[in-house]
Design a protein around this ligand. Structure first.
Ligand SMILES: Nc1ncnc2c1ncn2[C@@H]1O[C@H](COP(=O)(O)OP(=O)(O)O)[C@@H](O)[C@H]1O
Ligand SMILES: Cc1ncc(COP(=O)(O)O)c(N)n1
Ligand SMILES: [Mg+2]
Length: 543
């Protein structure tokens, strides 16, 4: 991905948020570990959630400001509360209007959040007046937090003024001395230093050093706007050493809100307990990935578009977004592959899958118990391409890693495979998860674990699975009646008996899953077509 962090000088050993005597925003000292423990002792059964409070302006276009902060924190897995200092009418063209929130009301919001919710880290963005900066400093003195990250927002990238020069003195004299990290871009660093021209890495270093004299623990001068640089380089200074953070410069105009998002991500990582240098490193890598991911998305017609913090908007996002939301009717004719049969008939798995789909299969599962992982992945990728062309979901038997690696539509697991709950945690909310169940208890568990459907059988004896207990039509009926999830029947089902299965007319039974009846035959297309016909006829009769 091209990210690297080069340390211009060596990393001092004492930079760690967890060290005793950490300097607090507000000049307080305390031990972070003992504070977390103390809080947990109050309520030992509660889970501590890292929490960032952002004090910033709203961007109606939602690329920057409060909205960017919320998305960045969500993406980094951290809770984010918000104190709004101004409401801007803003889009990808520029800022059309600014409505500053009255100072007293900013104070009221600060008190509400700080007194009750005790955020770990405060991050500031647009602070449009000296009065608001002063109120924030007072609030932080009254309610100290573990770290303060100041993004000294002054001018939007579109060139519109968000905080005039009247705030500069308050920044320098009050807020920066309390800050743990301050993150000016080139223009902001220049403004803080009375207009000094910044055009090179050397200039950024000297600016970082000068800004450090205002009192923050760390200064990060961001080089997003550094002319003639092929990399996006930021310079961090801790009072002793310089650290350079480099990312390859993503060729995109979707960079609106990068500054806000970087500062929020740093705050989020600090809230999780990372030391400052690690937090900056992770945050910068996140921005680079999100920009790279969103480089071609198009929102708005202005010069600077927003990017996608959650990496969800782009189609076919690897591992993030199911191509098809689960439709239980896709269980109707469920084709399950078998490598031995394909070898016996001398066919590739892709030919087998294509033939089954052309014959009418409505969902496909790759069940390649013996395959080497690399081969399985390659086959899965090739089959997925075919399935996507036909709009048929592709599931992977058992192998969550393979499903993730090829971005399959889901996974089918048995009772002795990875628990469905864990599969769900790994695959996320969108993917399809099926579980093999022989009993009502197992069906209940599958539902509780977040599965989408269950496969129930063996209905009839079968050769494709050794030592598999046959539950018969009665067993299937019992499971279907107890199940809260749609059911597909499996085990020894084919053209001759599919009708008897579907005729059961039990609730939740949505289709049949077949292996040999399709794949251990001379013509997969013909057999699938025949089975499809039988199923359709049963469906018509049952209705
Ligand atoms: N095109 C880009 N590719 C990769 N990183 C970028 C790009 N533009 C900005 N960044 C990074 O995004 C972060 C925000 O930087 P910058 O754009 O300078 O701040 P601001 O948004 O406050 O003007 C920095 O880490 C910077 O290096
Ligand atoms: C409310 C608000 N806050 C901050 C920024 C700066 O963001 P950027 O410099 O990335 O345009 C902005 N445009 N709007
Ligand atoms: Mg920018």
């Amino acid at each position: 991905m091209g990210f690297y962090c080069s340390l211009v000088y060596s990393i001092p050993k004492n930079i760690c948020l967890l060290k005793p005597g950490f300097t607090l925003a507000g000049g307080h000292h305390f031990n972070q570990v003992s504070k977390i423990k103390a809080r947990m002792q109050d309520q030992p059964d509660k889970v501590r959630v890292p929490h960032v409070l952002t004090v910033a302006g709203s961007d109606s276009g939602a690329g920057a400001g409060i909205q960017a902060d919320l998305k960045a924190c969500a993406a980094r897995g951290v809770y984010c509360s918000t104190v709004i200092t101004a409401v801007t009418a803003q889009n990808t063209v520029g800022v059309q209007g600014v409505n500053v929130v009255p100072e007293e009301f900013v104070a009221e919001q600060l008190k509400s959040v700080l007194s009750d919710m005790r955020p770990d880290v405060v991050k500031t963005g647009m602070l449009p007046s000296a009065g608001i900066v002063n109120i924030l400093c007072q609030s932080l003195q009254e309610f100290p937090v573990q770290a303060l990250v100041v993004d000294p927002v002054m001018v939007s990238t579109s060139g519109d003024v968000l905080a005039g020069s009247s705030v500069l003195a308050s920044f320098r004299d009050k807020l920066l001395p309390m800050a743990d990290v301050v993150t000016p871009n080139l223009k902001e660093a220049s403004a803080l230093l009375g207009g000094m021209l910044l055009e090179s890495l050397a200039d950024m270093r000297s600016a970082a050093k000068s800004i450090h004299e205002f009192g923050p623990r760390y200064v990060l001068v961001k080089g997003g706007d550094l002319p003639v640089s092929s990399d996006a380089v930021d310079v961090l200074y801790d009072g002793n050493d310089f650290f350079e953070f480099r990312a390859s410069r993503v060729r995109t105009s979707n960079t609106h809100g990068t500054g806000c998002s970087l500062a929020s991500s740093i705050a989020a990582e600090l809230a999780k307990g990372l030391p400052v240098i690690s937090a900056v490193k992770v945050a910068k890598r996140f921005i680079e990935s999100a920009l790279e991911y969103s480089k071609d998305i198009h929102i708005g017609n202005g010069r600077q578009g927003p990017f996608d913090h959650l990496l969800k908007l782009k189609n076919n996002a690897p591992g993030l977004c199911a191509a098809y939301p689960f439709d239980p009717s896709s269980l109707f004719l469920y084709a399950v592959t078998d490598w031995r049969m394909n070898r016996k008939w001398g066919r590739s798995i892709t030919d087998a899958v294509k033939a089954a789909i052309e014959g009418g299969a409505t969902i496909v599962q790759l069940r390649e118990k013996e395959a080497e992982t690399g081969d399985f992945l390659e086959s899965a990728k090739a089959c997925l391409e075919i399935c996507r062309q036909y709009g048929v979901p592709l599931l992977i038997n058992d192998r969550v890693d393979v499903a993730l690696a090829c971005d399959a539509d889901g996974v089918h697991v048995g009772q002795s495979d990875m628990p469905a709950q864990t599969v769900r945690a790994l695959l996320g909310p969108d993917k399809i998860i099926g579980v093999s169940c022989k009993t009502p208890e197992q069906a209940q568990q599958a539902w509780a674990d977040g599965a989408d459907y269950i496969g129930s059988g063996g209905v009839y004896p079968t050769n494709t699975k050794e030592n598999n207990r046959t539950i018969g039509l009665d067993g299937l009926k019992t499971v279907c009646s107890a199940s809260k999830l749609p059911v597909v029947a499996i085990g020894g089902i084919g053209i001759s008996n599919a009708h008897s299965v579907m005729e059961l007319q039990v609730p939740n039974l949505r289709g049949v899953a077949v292996v040999s009846a399709l794949f251990d035959r001379e013509s997969i297309v013909t057999e699938t077509q025949k089975l499809h016909k039988v199923l359709l006829e049963s469906a018509v009769k049952v209705r």
